[in-house]
Design a protein around this ligand. Sequence first.
Ligand SMILES: [Zn+2]
Length: 499
Amino acid sequence: MKLRSLMFLICLSCAVTLACTQAQEPTGAKNVILFVGDGLGAEQMALGIRYARMVEGRELNMEQLMSDGNTGYSLADPYESPVTDSAAAASQLATGIKARNETLGVDPSGDRTETILEWAEGRGLATGLVTNMRLSHATAAAFAAHELSRYVPESVILDQMLFEHDVDVLLGGGARALVPAGHRVSEFLPGIPEELDGNSRRDDDLDRISEAKGQGYTVVSDRHALAQASRSANKLLGLFAASHVPYVIDARTMGLDSAPSLEESTDAALEVLARSEGGFFLMVEGGRIDYGGHDNDAGTMLHEILDFDAAVGAGIAFQRVHPETLVIVTADHGTGGFSITYVETDGPPEPQVLPSGLTYQLDTRYPDKRDLEVLGNQTASFQYILAKAEGSPERLVEAVLEHTGLSMTMEEAQEALVRDSEGNAWPEESPRFYGDLGSNPACLLSRTLARHTFFVWSTGGHTSGPLLTFGRGPGAEGLRGVYVNTHVHDVIMDAVGER
Ligand SMILES: [Zn+2]
């Protein structure tokens, strides 16, 4: 018997004595959780899915969510460009209006535009922003700040986010913008370890952390305090680093367990926001995927993708219990032009005798599961490895072997440490696509190590490829199709019944 007929009979049998208690499909979304993978382009997504399938024998949470069928092909094109920075992409998600690159919450004329978070605040919904970047960084900032340039001082942006809004949950890094000039962050947030400490980035004497407490925020700076506070706090401000929260693999290697994972932060935020009678809007950013891409560091990037995916899992688990929740996962752009390729080797690979008895002879070497395992087994970022080497080729060879398992030669190590007269590293003859000097030493190391892997990169910057956008819950079917990412904003507004 077809399931539908069976359900009909069951409903008939209960109709006389009691109203059929079959769960009602919610008609609109009461809660919205928007996950933004910063730098999670289609190739990055494919890396995560492949690694989970081939090495771990499982599906990513994101793959499961995509399999629901509410999956779209999104382009993040900002105003009059095919390539976006994180500020414009997030502004478009937040406002539904095209934005110029490097702007936050303003339209192409420069006028302030209302964000989803502001709309939610106006309607009495609870709101939250969770990230592993500085809270003042582009993605989170685009939901609760308005500036023609994202590069105004961090304190200007964070002051807007904290004191011109009433965001109930703010979790991330960037505490240095909230402590008075001339002070260290740890003087105000004792949970911050030395490695994540830093000097104030304010130019005034304001102690914004105490002011936030005065506004009703419970302020926490480590994962244990976060877990505890989320049980009772009405408003929660979690600051886990002076700047960005460290890469997952570096935190592990350095024994830094003070900062929560993105999954823990998401759980904590949901616990607080779920107490809101009127529903909530929450944005969660996996921001360090992008930095792994800027560094051309595939292993670090993979670990960040897996961390983000675990946070998405927390969103899905919440949605199962609260079906009136719309969960959306999207990205703002790809980073680095990452891909996996095959290589010509000196001689042909070893022939294999197949079960048929025939001999299979490849002409070219293709990667396999073991090459993906190298990424999974990486225990420190290229940035960390380079810092540890301190410019010494001998130490670089050692650190690369220890943290990646790859044996680079002394010549390769010397090549990876070449710097120009100003101390800058350039991964290519032409530095045109490697403008971000902070990432360049890591990119040069990546180029050198590429001789031992199948991982290739085309730039140190952002790329223009398609972004997978998908979700579950009321209104998620609106995510099907091909569109510019302003549509994601419209899907959310449709789902909450605003359009
Ligand atoms: Zn970026």
